[in-house]
Design a protein around this ligand. Sequence first.
Ligand SMILES: Nc1nc(=O)c2c([nH]1)NC[C@@H]1CN(c3ccc(C(=O)N[C@@H](CCC(=O)O)C(=O)O)cc3)C=[N+]21
Length: 306
Amino acid sequence: MSTLIDGKAQATRLREEIGRQVSRLRQHELVTPGLAVILVGEDPASQVYVRNKATQAREAGMSSFEYRLADSVPQTKLLDLIERLNRDPEVHGILVQLPLPPQVDESRVIQAIHPDKDIDGFHPINVGNIATGGHGMAPCTPLGCLMLLKHQLGDLSGKHAVVLGRSNIVGKPMASLLLQKHCTVTVAHSRTRQLEEVCCQADILVAAAGRTRLVKGDWIKPGATVIDVGINRIEADGRMRLVGDVDFDSAREVAGALTPVPGGVGPMTIACLLLNTLEATCRQHRIPFPDNIMSLAWGGTSSETT
Ligand SMILES: Nc1nc(=O)c2c([nH]1)NC[C@@H]1CN(c3ccc(C(=O)N[C@@H](CCC(=O)O)C(=O)O)cc3)C=[N+]21
């Protein structure tokens, strides 16, 4: 039986520490980190996420600004709003919930966000900085996964990590971050041949394929650490349930450690969003980013170099 990686508990601890740092900023620097979240359309799942992000930002002592735009909003309107938020000194981080409706060009929108306020880490400047190993805003989901891995395993150097999925939001940045931590990284996807055999070689398996219960127990090397990024809503016994890209029951018999869905990567994603907002605030006000929060985030081992 594998160890369950408690993302919910780790996210709570991280958010509490972020909350302490926010109150320190408010007291000593008279700065309140501000997070702006833009939601286009009425997708019920997106509404839940956006509400959770806003609530948790406020619980951490941040200001939260929410913008809900109609599904039919013209692209220019959205770009105007982003331009306004770029200039707003009360807003330190801007998140545009993806996906966007077809009349809006996603990459235009992402590039309109000022890189310093791009707490999602999707702007090409931040993508480039992360890929070249420099300092940049890392996307929240892969960052959360990396924190869970560091907490579980400590040093990741030399481990074979297989990332299943190649999206710009998870797969590609996950591969960059794991490389930075000296893993041997394989990025596998739907066209990969012998997918099962590739997965079986992983010491670390990050499943972000977007396919319900794709990864079975016999795709996993005994003792491997498995991070399940999938969020799939399925109907079971007349009720909606959330399941991952990993077949939890069979994986549990083989993996050394495994994240559950829900309660794994999801809560860490939101905690990392707040962490990025805090970091963006510090950078914009030229305040040093507190060390203790870095060590909490990275499991106490932040002294690695090349
Ligand atoms: N610009 C942008 N940035 C994002 O970070 C972003 C996005 N767009 N679009 C949608 C995805 C999805 N996402 C989740 C965040 C938290 C949970 C989460 O907290 N999940 C809970 C369960 C929540 C539930 O019950 O539905 C859990 O896994 O335990 C899930 C999904 C962020 N995303």
